[in-house]
Design a protein around this ligand. Structure first.
Ligand code: IPM
Ligand code: MG
Length: 358
């Protein structure tokens, strides 16, 4: 049966890297119906909104969304609801994409790209599972007002609300344990239970659910300590499960352990397996249009899409093998280039992956 895929290239380097991912998908000869739609600043320029109704409708009707990147300095002055980032937040909320899988893998060929010593990061393979539709990101009330009380009563104050409901914690915790079962069976739940009520509830519920998974070794860590341990001994982690805000920060930190943010895909899933697949890097407006951006994270996001939303694990393997092969051949885009390797542009990297697909 033909599966519908929404391709949303977005801003900056988004369209260049997406072009290569779509070529790779096309080469697999699968029954996919691929439709493109604008998103982010590009959509704002065309339709006055970063997530126009037609783009949202296409995403909702598709089995999966392949998302490029959004953002550009020129939109920084817009009111918040019109900024490019609202597109990704709006898609997460509208599609209920509560589970964000962010793997941080160090490819052996890229060991020197990490700023940490090779003996600390070699063989690194962490999965961060970030809750994506709750927490202080979406909690209400929020706003800017005149403080009604406290030492600064009468002054302007900004406020946001961190909140998690029990079912939200339960569903992400279950996914964390299930992911750990498929890996090294270690789950570290990250919170700030020494200070926050929300985190105490989080910790209590994760502990309780842990009883259903006796084969998984569960640990708990405060987020500040987790930030420290991630650079001290990152290989001690297998799967990390955490809330939206902490996961945003820790996943950027983990991606830098690999030294190559241009290599890292991510998957955001809802309870029916519909997913949004995107790189963890941004739109890099400084290099947009130059044909030098690294398309591998987007190509690897397409592989994750095949595995998680389209039930095509063998094809996902094929893409991942092809990416490993081009790295072994010594091909590198500028972001991961080092002496002794061959520097190539975005399209040449796409060509090489296509060729390596066999
Ligand atoms: C991410 C990004 C987004 C987030 C921004 C662009 C809204 O940083 O996907 O990690 O904070 O979730
Ligand atoms: Mg982030």
């Amino acid at each position: 049966m033909t599966k519908k895929i929404a391709v949303l290239p977005g801003d900056g380097i988004g369209s260049e890297i997406m072009e290569q991912a779509v070529r790779v998908l096309g080469a697999l000869k699968l029954p996919l119906e691929i439709s493109h739609a604008p998103v982010g600043g590009t959509a704002y320029d065309l339709h006055g909104h970063p997530l126009p109704p037609a783009t949202l409708k296409l995403a909702q009707e598709s089995s999966a969304v392949l998302f490029g990147a959004v953002g550009d300095w020129k939109y920084d002055k817009l009111p918040r609801e019109h900024r490019p980032e609202q597109a990704i937040l709006g898609l997460r909320k509208a599609l209920g994409l509560f589970a964000n899988f962010r793997p941080a893998i160090l490819y052996p060929e890229l060991a020197n790209a990490s700023s940490l010593k090779p003996e600390i990061v070699s063989g690194l393979d962490i999965l961060i599972l970030r809750e994506l539709t709750g927490d202080i990101y979406f909690g209400s009330p929020r706003g800017v007002r005149v403080a009604p009380d406290g030492p600064f009563a009468g002054e302007r104050e900004g406020f946001d609300t961190m909140r998690y409901a029990e079912p939200e914690i339960r569903r992400i915790a279950h996914l964390g344990f299930q992911a750990a079962l498929k890996r090294q069976r270690r789950l570290c739940s990250v919170d700030k239970a020494n200070v926050l009520e929300t985190s105490q509830l989080w910790r209590d519920i994760v502990t309780e659910i842990g009883k259903e998974y006796p084969d998984v070794a569960l640990s708990h860590m405060y987020v500040d300590n987790a930030a420290m341990q991630l650079v001290r001994a990152p290989r001690d982690f297998d799967v990390i499960v955490t809330g939206n805000l902490f996961g945003d920060i820790l996943s950027d930190e983990a991606s830098m352990l690999t030294g190559s943010i241009g290599m890292l895909p991510s998957a955001s899933l809802n309870s029916s397996g519909q997913g949004l697949y995107e790189t963890t890097h941004g739109s890099a407006p400084d290099i947009a249009g130059k044909g030098v951006a690294n398309p591998l994270a987007t190509i690897l996001s397409a592989a994750m899409m095949l595995r998680y939303s389209l039930n095509e694990a063998a094809q996902a393997d094929r893409i991942e093998q092809a990416v490993r092969k081009v790295l072994q051949q010594g091909l590198r885009t500028a972001d991961i280039y080092e002496q002794g390797t061959t520097k190539v542009g975005t399209a040449a990297m796409g060509d090489a992956v296509l060729k390596a697909l066999g």
